[in-house]
Ligand binder design. Structure first.
Ligand SMILES: NC(=O)c1ccc[n+]([C@@H]2O[C@H](COP(=O)([O-])OP(=O)(O)OC[C@H]3O[C@@H](n4cnc5c(N)ncnc54)[C@H](O)[C@@H]3O)[C@@H](O)[C@H]2O)c1
Length: 329
């Protein structure tokens, strides 16, 4: 298979390595307006640098979009119009109108499309989903989830805000694991200046309460600076059992109990430390999707649902009120 990789930043480098290691990938093309980045990936994985995405469409069998968020929508449309199966990092776009246009046009094109919510491929989240699906947890009273980054994204990163850019992962995996839809959200948030990052960047924090379709209450926090490490978890409290995703020895959370469990170093510091196997598995799954062997494990429609929760959070925080999902159309 001939694959075009669009974007050679933090996640593009990793996807390039996964693609290059895949036995069915014979040719890899890479593009990034920052030429040194594209060249570094090309040197690392024996790919060929191409000036832009348009220049590679005639030569590729599938496209992997790992570019900055503001170009996802036009690139997905480029792939759809060329009839090329496409994988795209989240989010599809920063706003809902552009996401809607992509969802509708990709669906009309019939092109297979997968969005990059890698937690769907993480062993812990999959085990939790299994316990929900087989009835072991029974009715879920509550779910707690969090994404606490070790440090904020670097300057120049295109950020859609804490709910749509970061906590959108928690929203997607909440739907995936529980099988329930969000009905209503209440969100608050704050900006703090963390001088230690040296550039006076405001660090955004989000806190969200979600009512799910079967009455489950979900509490979710998003933090961009967690000094012990990258802390991503989900706790599920049901009639039959209480379980935790992410409660591993390397969990970056220090207990202050006299008999508490000590943190085992190294803790994960980046999303790549925490989810490397899941990122590899989602790209392997995409090769199956692109070859017509499997249906998409995370569709553009799924991504839109997670984004609608994030947008409901934006409205809730701005208007200081609970927002029903049916308001977000
Ligand atoms: N699924 C995840 O866990 C996860 C993790 C990190 C990033 N992401 C997503 O991946 C995307 C990239 O994030 P990142 O952290 O790698 O950002 P980054 O800033 O490190 O890299 C983005 C790259 O895209 C390039 N780019 C911009 N416009 C382009 C274009 N038209 N064609 C080709 N390349 C272009 C930039 O020059 C840059 O090198 C974002 O949308 C982000 O939301 C997802």
């Amino acid at each position: 298979m001939r694959i075009g990789l669009i974007g050679a930043g933090r996640i593009g480098i990793f996807h390039g390595q996964t693609l290059a290691a895949h036995p069915e990938v014979t040719d890899l093309y890479v593009t990034d307006p920052l030429l040194d980045r594209a060249q570094a990936v090309a040197d690392d994985v024996a790919a060929q640098v191409v000036p832009n995405a348009e220049a590679m469409v005639g030569d590729i069998d599938a496209m992997v979009i790992a570019a900055a968020t503001d170009v996802h929508a036009p690139l997905m449309l480029l792939a759809a119009e060329a009839g090329i199966p496409v994988f795209c990092e989240k989010p599809i776009a920063g706003g809902l109108p552009a996401t809607n246009e992509v969802v509708e046009r990709v669906r009309a094109s019939g092109v297979p499309a997968q969005i990059g919510f890698q937690r769907r491929f993480d062993a812990g989240y999959r085990a939790a989903k299994q316990l929900v699906d087989d009835g072991s947890l029974g009715h879920l009273y509550a779910v707690r989830g969090n994404t606490h980054d070790y440090e904020p994204p670097p300057p120049g990163y295109v950020d859609s805000g804490i709910y749509v850019d970061t906590q959108v992962h928690d929203f997607d995996i909440l739907r995936f694991v529980t099988g329930q839809e969000a009905v209503e959200v209440y969100a608050t948030g704050a900006f703090t200046t963390a001088d230690e990052f040296g550039d006076d960047r405001p660090i955004e924090t989000g806190a969200v309460i979600i009512t799910l379709s079967e009455g489950t209450q979900a509490l979710m926090s998003g933090i961009r600076h967690s000094p012990v490490g990258h802390d991503v978890r989900m706790e599920l409290f049901g009639v039959g059992d209480s379980v935790s995703v992410g409660l591993a020895p390397s969990l970056p959370l220090r207990s202050v109990e006299p008999d508490g469990v000590a943190v085992v170093e190294p803790t994960p510091k980046t999303f790549l430390d925490r989810f490397a196997p899941a990122y590899r598995a989602e790209i392997d799954a995409f090769i199956d999707v692109a070859q017509g062997r499997a249906s998409s494990p995370c569709t553009p429609e799924d991504a839109r649902e997670a984004q609608r929760i994030g947008i409901a959070c934006n409205i809730s925080r701005a208007e200081r009120r609970p927002v029903r999902l049916e308001e977000v159309t």
